[in-house]
Design a protein. Structure first.
Length: 221
């Protein structure tokens, strides 16, 4: 069982050597003893908050003690940290720093990988748009693809069907882009027109744009 060290709420002095006021002490027969008199003077305090550091320091330290403080409102002692050997704490910190560096490198690799995946997916999405709508300007297809396929956006391009380049889903993304970019749909919503009514008003205009893009571009003479 762990040794328990107390963090006092008021000034406390050692009952043996009279040192104090004490930051930490043990209780021996109900009387406070400083850490030196208790044989714990070589230990250093590690505050709570870093679970990995605490776990590693505890494993490395041949002696350790739990530090608690009384919470008057809750009427109970609550853990404040751990007393461990200085060498154990230094070794634990070194291990955590090494792990942090490894995690940072892994995050960087993952970021590069995701960026490359996003570039490839956006290009594929734009290619499917151009296949379905051969008359669409290439730069417009790329802009629609980049918007619809933005990672973490929740947009249609990031749905399972969108990632699979389902033609119907790709067409939905193009229709939405036309609705927002080529019509006054957003202005109608701001003016208080219900969403479905605004879409019904603009359906013919949107269909005209899409029909024009479905027709292949005639090569220049």
């Amino acid at each position: 069982m762990d040794e328990v060290v107390f963090e006092p709420l008021k000034a406390v002095h050692c009952s043996r050597c009279r040192a104090g006021p004490l930051r930490h002490h043990i209780r021996d027969g109900g009387r406070p003893r400083c850490l030196d008199c208790a044989g714990l003077g070589e230990l250093v305090f590690l505050p709570r908050g870093d679970a990995a550091l605490t776990r590693r320091a505890r494993v490395r330290s041949s002696r350790h003690a739990v530090v608690v403080r009384y919470n008057r409102r809750r009427r109970r002692h609550e853990r404040q940290g751990l007393l461990v050997e200085a060498a154990a704490l230094a070794g634990a910190r070194a291990s955590c720093l090494a792990d942090a560096a490894a995690r940072a490198r892994r995050r960087d690799r993952d970021r590069v990988r995701r960026t490359a995946e996003d570039v490839r997916f956006t290009a594929a999405f734009a290619g499917e748009i151009r296949r379905l709508f051969p008359g669409i300007p290439p730069e417009r297809a790329l802009a629609i693809a980049a918007h619809a396929s933005l990672r973490g956006s929740g947009r249609v391009g990031r749905s399972a069907a969108g990632r699979a380049l389902d033609p119907d889903t790709v067409a939905v993304a193009v229709r939405a882009a036309v609705r927002h970019t080529d019509t006054d749909y957003d202005a109608l919503l701001v003016a208080g027109v219900p969403r479905f009514e605004a879409r019904a008003r603009l359906a013919a205009r949107i269909d005209a744009v899409l029909d024009g893009w479905r027709a292949p571009v005639e090569p220049a003479a």
